[in-house]
Ligand binder design. Structure first.
Ligand code: ATP
Length: 952
C-alpha cells in the first residue's frame, strides 16, 4: 500500500462509513499505522503544523512604536532645534557649529528607539509563540498495534488518535468509536455549547461544519468522555488551518509595569511642556524683552530632552525577556508576560496535592477485603511482589476474595503498563498504573483479562464524579444450558447470565454509599451498618497513614442502559474492597514550603483526595500543623460565599473538593485582598485558573484546556518550581525598580542643573540635547542594563510579598528619585558655578573658555557611575559586596568611563559632541564632585541601618 494514493482533501468524510474511511486511508482501527508508513506520510504531507499567520503584522508593530508620546515630543524638539539652526544660519551667527546636528541626532535616536522597540517586541512575540509551542503537548495514538504518545506535529493522515476529556484535538478526524464524547468547538464555530459526538452515524454530504458530529476538528476541546478517531487532515489542511486568521494568536499584552511606564511618559511630557512654558515666559518677564528667546528656547529644548528617559523602555523589555528565560530554566514557562513581574506579589499559593506536592508515582501497599488487611511488597511499577497477611506471605488461591479486586483493577482502567529499556513505566494515569502493577503481582495480566472481558461502555472518571465504571461482556458466554462453560472460572460468580458485568472504582465513601451488598468468598451478603462503619474506619486508618485510598465494587448487569445513564447504573453495587497506595511527598517540597513561609507566602493544599490523606501529607511537608482546619467539599457546599470568606484565612487544607470549589476558594481569597497563584490540571480547572492572579497549569499531567487558560505552565509539575518562579518574579521586579530609580534620579539631576543655568545668570546652556541623549542612552543605559541582571539580595525571600498593583514609586522609590536628583543637581550646580567663575572668559593656552560646560557634562556622567555601583544593594554598603558578583556593572562602568573620556580627548568625537579639553586638575575636580553622590548614598544606607529601617 502506498500513501501516494491517499484521497484528496475534498473528500466528505462525514458522509462515509467507518470501514470505507479506514480503507481510503489504508489504516486499521486496532493496529493504526506502522512506523514506516508514518515516516512516508510525514515526508509526503509534512508535519502537522500551522503556519504562523497569527503573529501580528510586523508593520503594525513598527507603527505602534512611534505612537509613544515621549518619542513624539522628541520629534517636536528635533523640528524646533532644526528651525533654530536655520535661523542661526541665516543670521550668520552659527559659530562654526555643524548645522542640524542636534536635530539629526535626536531623530536618529527616535528612529533607533522605534526600531529597537520593534525588534524587541517582534522577537518577544516570536519567542513567546515558540515557548508556547514548546509547551509539552503530546497526542496519544495507536501505532504498530500499541498506544503511544507522540508529538502533535508528528501526526499524519491515517493515524488512529485517542482523545479524552481535557485534550485539545491535534488534527481533523473521522470518529471510529466514542464514549459519551462531548467536544467544545467554539474555536471553529464560535458555538460555546459542547457538541455530543457520535461515531456510528453517516451524514448527508451537505451537512454543515457545526453539525458534522461524526468528525472531530483540530483546535477543539474534549470536555467529556473519550473517543478514537482516524486522522483525515493535518496541518494547514485542517478546518482550523483553512481559517488561520481566526487562530487564537499569542498576545503579548503590555505588563502592568509597561502600562505604568506609558502613564509615566505622559506625566513626564506634561512636566517638560510646563517647564518649557515656565522657562520661556519667566525668561521674557525677567529680561523684559524677547531678545533672549533663542537661548531660552535652547534651555527648554535641553530640558525636554533631559526629562525623557530614552533608555528606559528598552531596558524594561530586556529585563522581562531575561526574566522569562531564567524562569524556563527553573521549569516555569511563562505564557503571559505580565506574570513575570506580578509573580513577585503572590501572597498565597493554592496547590493540588497529587503530582505537585507528591511524586505521582503510586505503589499499592495495602488491601482491605472481606475484613482482612493484606499488605503488598514491591517498588515502582514493576509487577513483582508478594501479598502478605499478618506478615506471612500468602497464596492467592487460598484467598479467592482478592481476585475480583485484581480483575477490577485491570478492567476498570485505561492505563497501559509497559517495559522500556528494562524499566517499567506506565502510559496514562499513575493511579491506574499502580493498579495494573498490583494485579500483575497477583498474576492477573492486563492483556489476558482485557480479551476475556470486552468493554462495552465506560462512565469515565472526572474530578467531580470521583469514580469510574466500565461495563464489559465476558467472552464465551452462550445462551445454551450452561452459558458459562467457556468462561474463566474466576468470572463465573461475577457476570450476569447474559455475560455483562460492571466494575466501579473511586473515592471509597462514595462507592460504599452506592453499595447495597458486600462480596465475601462464598456469596454476596447485604451490607449492614456495622460493616459500613468498619469499612469507613479502615478507610480512615489507611488515609491517616497518608495513603491514597480507592474503593472497588461490581454489579452483574441484566440490563444495559444508555451511555448517559451513569447515575442509574451505578446503584445497588456489590462492595469488593479497599486498597491504599503510597504517593510519597516530593523531597524538595518541604524546603520550598519553608522558603514560602519565610517569604510571607501562604501555601494551601486543595485536593480531591481524602481529608486524612491530605492532612498527613500536608503535615509532613509543613503546609499545615496537626491543628490546621480542614474544609471538605461538603463543608464548602453547606457554606455561603460570605462564610467561606470569613474562614478562608484560617483553612490550610481543602479536601475532597471539585473544580468548581476551587473557583469559590480563589474568589474568597481575592476578596480578602490576597494575590493568588493557583494550580490546576483538569479541564474543569480552567475557570479557577483564569480567575487566579497567576493561573498555573501542569506541563506533564495537565490537560491542553488547563494550559490554554493558564499564565504559566510548570514543566515539571513541581511545587518547588512555583516557589522558584516566585523568587525570580521578585528578582525581576526589584531590579526593575532599581534601574528606574537609577535612571529617573539622574534625569531629575540633569533637568535641575539645566534650569539653574539661566537662574544663576550663566551665559549659555551647560548641556546640549546631543550630550543629554548621550547621557540618557549610553552613560545611563549601559549601567542600567547591567543592573537588570543584578543577582538577588540574600534576603529576597525573607520579606513579605510586594503589594500587588502598588505604584512603581511606592515604598520610597519616588522620594528616593527626587532626593537623589536634588543631590545630583546640588553637587553639579556648585561645580557649574565654580567652573563658570574660574574658566569662563579666562583664556589659558590651548583650553577653551567654554570648558565649564564639559566639566558639568563629565561630572554628571561620572556621578552616575558611582550611583550604579552604590545602588546595587538597598542596604548593603558597597564594601560589603563582592564587586565581581555582577561583572556587568563593573564592565559597564569601565566602558562608559572610557567612552566619556574619549568624548573629551579624541578630536572627531570632541567636535561632534561639542565638548572641550579639560586640564588634569579640572578632570580631577569633576571626579571629586561626582564621588559625592556615591558617598551620599552610602551614608544614607548607614543612616537607615542605624535607625533600623530596611528598604526593599
Ligand atoms: P489533586 O487534586 O491534589 O491532584 P487528586 O488527584 O486526589 O488530588 P482527583 O484526581 O480529583 O484528585 O481524585 C479525587 C479522588 O477520586 C481520589 O481521591 C480517588 O479516590 C478518586 N480517583 C482518582 N483517580 C481515579 C481514577 N482513575 N478512577 C477512579 N477514581 C479515581
Amino acid at each position: 500500500m502506498s500513501a501516494n494514493s491517499l484521497p484528496d482533501t475534498a473528500t466528505a468524510w462525514h458522509g462515509l462509513e467507518i470501514e470505507k474511511s479506514l480503507e481510503l486511508l489504508f489504516s486499521n482501527a486496532d493496529e493504526g499505522l506502522t512506523s514506516q508508513e508514518v515516516q512516508q506520510r510525514l515526508h509526503e504531507y509534512g508535519s502537522n503544523e500551522l503556519q504562523e499567520g497569527a503573529i501580528r503584522n510586523p508593520w503594525a508593530i513598527l507603527c505602534e512604536q512611534f505612537k509613544n508620546i515621549m518619542l513624539l515630543m522628541l520629534i517636536a524638539v528635533a523640528i524646533i532645534s532644526g528651525v533654530l539652526d536655520i535661523v542661526a544660519l541665516q543670521a550668520g551667527n552659527n559659530h562654526g557649529n555643524i548645522p542640524f546636528k542636534d536635530s539629526i541626532a535626536i531623530l536618529s535616536i527616535v528612529l533607533l528607539n522605534g526600531i529597537l522597540g520593534y525588534v524587541q517586541e517582534f522577537r518577544a512575540e516570536k519567542a513567546l509563540a515558540a515557548l508556547i509551542k514548546l509547551s509539552p503537548s503530546n497526542v496519544r495514538v495507536i501505532r504498530n498495534g500499541k498506544p503511544m504518545d507522540v508529538a502533535g506535529r508528528e501526526i499524519v493522515p491515517g493515524d488512529v488518535m485517542l482523545v479524552e476529556a481535557g485534550v485539545q484535538i491535534a488534527a481533523d478526524g473521522r470518529l471510529l468509536s466514542e464514549t459519551n464524547l462531548h467536544v467544545r468547538e467554539s474555536a471553529l464555530t464560535g458555538e460555546a455549547e459542547a457538541v455530543h459526538k457520535r461515531a456510528d452515524l453517516q451524514l448527508p454530504e451537505e451537512t454543515s461544519l457545526g453539525d458534522r458530529i461524526n468528525l472531530v476538528f483540530r483546535g477543539t476541546e474534549v470536555v467529556q468522555g473519550r473517543g478514537k478517531a482516524l486522522v483525515t487532515h493535518t496541518g494547514m489542511q485542517t478546518e482550523l488551518g483553512k481559517i488561520a486568521t481566526m487562530l487564537q494568536s499569542v498576545k503579548s499584552e503590555p505588563t502592568p509595569l509597561q502600562q505604568r511606564m506609558t502613564q509615566l511618559g505622559n506625566v513626564l511630557v506634561t512636566i517638560s511642556l510646563m517647564l518649557v512654558v515656565c522657562v520661556v515666559v519667566g525668561g521674557i518677564i525677567h529680561t523684559g524683552s524677547g531678545n533672549q528667546i533663542r537661548q531660552l528656547l535652547e534651555v527648554s529644548l535641553s530640558m525636554a530632552v533631559a526629562v525623557v528617559p530614552e533608555g528606559l523602555p528598552a531596558v524594561i523589555t530586556v529585563t522581562l525577556a531575561l526574566g522569562t528565560q531564567r524562569m524556563v530554566r527553573r521549569h516555569a514557562l511563562i505564557r503571559k508576560l505580565p506574570a513575570v513581574e506580578t509573580l513577585g506579589s503572590v501572597t498565597t499559593i493554592c496547590s493540588d496535592k497529587t503530582g505537585t506536592l507528591t511524586q505521582n508515582k503510586m505503589v499499592v501497599q495495602s488491601l482491605h477485603i472481606n475484613q482482612k488487611s493484606f499488605t503488598v511488597t514491591g517498588q515502582g511499577y514493576q509487577p513483582r511482589g508478594e501479598f502478605r497477611l499478618h506478615n506471612d506471605v500468602i497464596m492467592l488461591e487460598e484467598h479467592p476474595e482478592i481476585s475480583p479486586v485484581l480483575i477490577a483493577c485491570v478492567i476498570c482502567n485505561n492505563a497501559v503498563l509497559q517495559q522500556k529499556e528494562g524499566e517499567w513505566t506506565i502510559l496514562g494515569d499513575p493511579t491506574e498504573g499502580a493498579l495494573v502493577t498490583l494485579a500483575g503481582k497477583g498474576g492477573v495480566e492486563q492483556d489476558q483479562w482485557t480479551s476475556k472481558l470486552s468493554r462495552v461502555l465506560e462512565f469515565p472518571f472526572s474530578s467531580e464524579r470521583k469514580r469510574m465504571s466500565v461495563i464489559c461482556r465476558a467472552e464465551g458466554v452462550d445462551t445454551g444450558l450452561s452459558p458459562f462453560r467457556d468462561v474463566d472460572p474466576l468470572l463465573k460468580g461475577l457476570v450476569a447470565p447474559n455475560g455483562y458485568v460492571m466494575f466501579t472504582k473511586g473515592s471509597p465513601e462514595l462507592i460504599l454509599a452506592l453499595c447495597s451488598h458486600i462480596h465475601t468468598s462464598e456469596s454476596n451478603d447485604p451490607l449492614d451498618n456495622q460493616q459500613r462503619t468498619a469499612i469507613l474506619s479502615e478507610n480512615d486508618r489507611m488515609a491517616s497513614k497518608g495513603l491514597r485510598v480507592l474503593g472497588f465494587a461490581y454489579k452483574s448487569l441484566t440490563k444495559i442502559l444508555p451511555e448517559d445513564s451513569a447515575e442509574q447504573q451505578e446503584q445497588e453495587l456489590v462492595w469488593l474492597g479497599l486498597l491504599g497506595m503510597l504517593d510519597a511527598p516530593r523531597p524538595e517540597v518541604k524546603l520550598a514550603v519553608k522558603e514560602c513561609r519565610e517569604a510571607g507566602i501562604r501555601p494551601i493544599m486543595i485536593t480531591g483526595d481524602h481529608q486524612l490523606t491530605a492532612r498527613t501529607i500536608a503535615t509532613e511537608l509543613g503546609i499545615a500543623g496537626k491543628e490546621q482546619r480542614v474544609f471538605t467539599g461538603k463543608d464548602l457546599e453547606s457554606m455561603s460565599n460570605e462564610e467561606l470568606e470569613e474562614n478562608v484565612d484560617l483553612v490550610g487544607i481543602y479536601a475532597r473538593v471539585s473544580p468548581e470549589h476551587k473557583l469559590r476558594i480563589v474568589q474568597a481569597l481575592q476578596r480578602r485582598g490576597k494575590f493568588v497563584a493557583m494550580t490546576g490540571d483538569g479541564v474543569n480547572d480552567a475557570p479557577a485558573l483564569k480567575q487566579a492572579d497567576i493561573g498555573i497549569a501542569m506541563g506533564i499531567t495537565g490537560t491542553d484546556v488547563s494550559k490554554e487558560a493558564s499564565d504559566m505552565v510548570l514543566l515539571d509539575d513541581n511545587f518547588a518550581s512555583i516557589v522558584a518562579a516566585t523568587r525570580e518574579g521578585r528578582v525581576v521586579y526589584t531590579n526593575i525598580r532599581r534601574f528606574v530609580k537609577y535612571i529617573l534620579g539622574s534625569n531629575i539631576g540633569e533637568v535641575l542643573t539645566i534650569a539653574a543655568a539661566p537662574i544663576l545668570g550663566l551665559a549659555d546652556v551647560p548641556l546640549t540635547p546631543l550630550q543629554i541623549l548621550w547621557m540618557n542612552l549610553v552613560t545611563d543605559g549601559l549601567p542600567a542594563l547591567a543592573l537588570a541582571v543584578e543577582p538577588p539580595e540574600p534576603d529576597i525571600m525573607r520579606h513579605p510579598p510586594f503589594t500587588p498593583r502598588e505604584s512603581i514609586f511606592a515604598r520610597g522609590l519616588g522620594f528616593y528619585m527626587v532626593r537623589i536628583g536634588i543631590i545630583f543637581s546640588i553637587t553639579t550646580i556648585i561645580l557649574m558655578k565654580w567652573a563658570y567663575d574660574h574658566t569662563y572668559g579666562t583664556s589659558i593656552e590651548g583650553l577653551s573658555p567654554e570648558r565649564w560646560k564639559t566639566m558639568v557634562f563629565t561630572a554628571l556622567c561620572i556621578a552616575q557611575m558611582g550611583h550604579a555601583i552604590a545602588i546595587r544593594s538597598n542596604h548593603r554598603l558597597t564594601v560589603e559586596m563582592n564587586p565581581f558578583s555582577n561583572i556587568f556593572v563593573l564592565g559597564a562602568v569601565v566602558v562608559t568611563t572610557i567612552l566619556q573620556l574619549m568624548l573629551i580627548y579624541v578630536q572627531p568625537l570632541r567636535s561632534f559632541f561639542g565638548t572641550h579639553i579639560l586640564s588634569t586638575q579640572e578632570l580631577f575636580i569633576c571626579l571629586g564632585f561626582s564621588a559625592l553622590v556615591f558617598v551620599w548614598i552610602e551614608l544614607e544606607k548607614l543612616f537607615f541601618r542605624f535607625i533600623g529601617k530596611k528598604n526593599f
